[in-house]
Design a protein around this ligand. Structure first.
Ligand code: SF4
Length: 140
């Protein structure tokens, strides 16, 4: 099952979140006690995501149990339109979303939602799903 890029942990965002977290915490704690509890809860979730990041082989959000708030997940994932691409990303070689796409390319049957595949590779993946033999032939 190939999912949209934002369903996978983005290692570049995860790294960036370490820097942003410190800056945001400084601002949150300056704003008063009502933010302290919220900041603590979100920080605990971020910590859990980081621990999970060291263990997960897929980076698929659905495997993170218990889950985290959407707000937290947005800090460690990236929608396709914001991804710089594996060739330009310092984490491209380890990228979970790219690995999922590679597994899909290697499969004869791919299950995906139209938006998950998007254009480009997505068109190719949908062709494979509909006509795997023809798609394999076109590769050669
Ligand atoms: S290639 Fe895109 S999705 Fe993958 S780690 Fe880099 S920025 Fe994130």
């Amino acid at each position: 099952m190939l999912k949209g890029r934002h369903h996978y942990l983005c290692l570049a965002r995860l790294e960036a979140s370490r820097v942003e977290e410190q800056q945001e915490q400084d601002g949150l704690f300056d704003d008063g006690p009502k933010w302290v509890a919220a900041a603590g809860r979100l920080a605990a979730q971020i910590t859990r995501v980081r621990d999970w990041a060291d263990q997960t082989e897929t980076g698929d959000r659905s495997e993170l149990d218990p889950g985290v708030d959407d707000m937290v997940w947005r800090t460690v994932s990236t929608p396709a339109r914001e991804c710089v691409g594996a060739m330009r990303c310092p984490f491209g070689a380890e990228c979970h979303a790219e690995a999922a796409r590679q597994r899909a390319r290697d499969s004869d049957i791919v299950v995906t939602k139209p938006r998950a595949a998007g254009g480009g590779h997505g068109d190719d993946l949908r062709r494979r799903a509909a006509h795997p033999a023809r798609a394999r032939a076109a590769d050669h």
